[in-house]
Design a protein around this ligand. Structure first.
Ligand code: FAD
Ligand code: NAI
Length: 469
């Protein structure tokens, strides 16, 4: 019998897969990563986190130049949008970062094998490139990190031109006059912000009676009010039952979610963003004995082992939050476990951030979840209007909310809506990770003047003793 070529073959080169490959190589394994895209980085770097954040940043600058700089005594005139250039910048950011992963692969001596991977049997992965001959790899272990794809909606046929997923929404060649977003979640609100700032009228149609399900209810309400002030319209409690496309645009059929009279809504572009589903097509899971749950997620145990021996799975294709940093951390821990080490992930300390203006960030439990679990908690809240740096920088929208256990004072959750919330939240993530209390945050010396002082004040407010409020 011929020798086994690899210690580990990773299928999928996204944040889960490429990070696992690097960690496995650091631990001395001979690793191949099979990725069907020519570039590495997966959804996140190619068509997700990175291009969306590049456009959010550029559109924020456009907004600032048009509407905000004048308040600071900076006059600008003739502000114009060069969408082609904005897109080219975004593409360069993506190209630089995906190229960076290719460099890291070379540095760590990881074989990047371009093509679609199928598990042919224990330790055997067949790779079919878009052109040319298939190749078979032999390996001790296999790690599935094939990610997710946009969930479809019956009656709303995606063509990535007039009816787009996030991928098409990151590539539009002109600003839509009217963009209808189906689903007021992470993708919907980030893309609504980009195109709204660039001049589109934006309507978000959301099935539920609230935006961003899963987010703390009080924060979500505040968030919706701010987005409405920015001009985004919401049609809550409404479902889309069909879409008809013609040369002029798209006509959507809407109905109240609870049932009732139908109506139509015309627009030129529709973004379908009602969630993502695991992507495992063509992997040969069934034949390999890898079971999935009723929603298509690969079943794993606490060591990322699937139901087939020698096959592991991580990231968006397994249950849990569909976030790049969750996939990355699973990649690291899974590689360490395969190498015989131990490791674990604290799923109670995974932050989530919506990169709109202002940002919304959360970690741990929401008030709703604590109530449902019957946990007694105290709330500390502090508004950015009372924070001196926020006043100096004109960033007064929003607040910090910390939830702590009534008996032990342990921090159970934190929810921040405001400028730089995505960075601010990490202080609380670290405290939760170390099992800390609100009092611990309150006693840490925070530099003045910083937005972080609002986190300290919220922690003081848990015990009813904020200084500046
Ligand atoms: P993926 O990144 O999806 O990578 C899987 C890879 O596997 C893909 O490249 C795919 O081509 C490849 N593949 C699939 N099947 C095969 C096969 N059979 N053979 C070979 N290759 C295969 N998360 C955040 O944390 N922060 C954000 O700001 C953020 N923004 C986002 C914005 C958008 C528009 C989208 C769509 C997502 C965003 N996400 C964000 C989510 C994030 O992109 C995912 O959680 C993350 O990419 C999951 O990583 P993964 O490695 O599990 O899968
Ligand atoms: P989402 O789950 O965040 O939001 C989907 C929204 O669509 C929900 O509000 C849901 O109630 C609504 N919905 C579901 N079915 C509907 C229907 N038929 N009609 C109208 N509304 C409907 O999913 P989204 O925005 O597609 O993003 C997918 C995932 O990608 C996110 O959950 C997140 O994990 C990840 N992501 C993360 C980002 C970040 O970290 N900043 C940014 C973008 C995506």
């Amino acid at each position: 019998m011929s020798e086994i070529e690899y210690d580990l073959v990773v299928i999928g080169g996204g944040p889960g897969g490429y990070v696992a490959a690097i960690r496995a190589a650091q631990l001395g394994m001979k690793v191949a990563c099979v990725e069907k895209r020519v570039t590495l980085g997966g959804t996140c770097l190619n068509v997700g986190c990175i291009p969306s954040k590049a456009l959010l940043n550029s559109s924020e600058k456009f907004e600032e130049a048009q509407h905000e700089l004048a308040d600071h005594g900076v006059s600008v005139s003739g502000v114009k949008l060069d969408l082609k250039k904005m897109m080219a910048r975004k593409d360069k950011v993506v190209a630089d970062l995906t190229g960076g992963i290719a460099f890291l692969f070379k540095k760590n001596k990881i074989d990047h094998i371009i093509g679609s991977g199928t598990i042919e049997g224990p330790g055997v992965v067949k790779v079919k490139p878009a052109k040319g001959k298939a190749r078979t790899l032999t390996t001790e272990d296999i790690l599935i990190a094939t990610g997710s794809e946009s969930a479809p909606l019956p009656g709303v046929e995606v063509d990535e031109k007039k009816i787009v997923t996030s991928t098409g929404a990151l590539e539009l060649t002109k600003v839509p006059k009217h963009l209808v977003v189906i689903g007021a979640g992470y993708i919907g609100l980030e893309m609504a912000s980009v195109w709204g700032r660039l001049g589109a009228k934006v309507t978000c149609v959301e099935f539920l009676n609230r935006i961003t399900p899963g987010m703390d209810g009080e924060v979500a309400k505040h968030f919706q009010r701010i987005l409405q002030k920015q001009g985004i319209e919401f049609r809550l409690g409404t479902k889309v039952t069909g879409a008809a496309t013609n040369r002029a645009g798209v006509t959507l059929s809407l109905e109240p979610a609870k049932g009732g009279d139908a109506e139509t809504l015309k627009c030129d572009v529709v973004l379908l963003s009602i969630g993502r589903r695991p992507y495992t097509e063509g992997l040969g899971l069934k034949a390999a004995g890898v079971e999935t749950d009723e929603r298509g997620f690969i079943k794993i145990d606490e060591h990322f082992r699937t139901t087939a021996s020698g096959i592991y799975a991580i990231g968006d294709c397994v249950p849990g939050p569909m976030l790049a940093h969750k996939a990355e951390d699973e990649g690291v821990v899974c590689a360490e476990i395969i190498a015989g080490q131990s490791g674990h992930i604290n799923y109670d300390a995974i932050p989530g951030v919506v990169y709109t203006w202002p940002e919304v960030a959360a970690v741990g439990k929401t008030e709703e979840a604590l109530k449902e679990a019957g946990v007694e908690y105290r709330i500390g809240k502090f508004p950015f209007t009372a924070n001196s740096r926020a006043r100096a920088n004109d960033l007064t929208d929003g607040f910090v909310k910390i939830l702590a256990d009534t008996k032990t004072d342990a921090v159970l959750g934190a929810h921040i809506i405001g400028a730089d919330a995505g960075n601010l939240i990490h202080e609380v993530v670290a405290v939760i990770e170390f099992g800390g209390a609100a009092e611990d945050i309150a006693r840490i010396c925070h530099a003045h003047p910083t937005l972080n002082e609002a986190v300290k004040e919220a922690a003081l407010a848990v015990d009813g003793r904020p200084i500046h409020m």
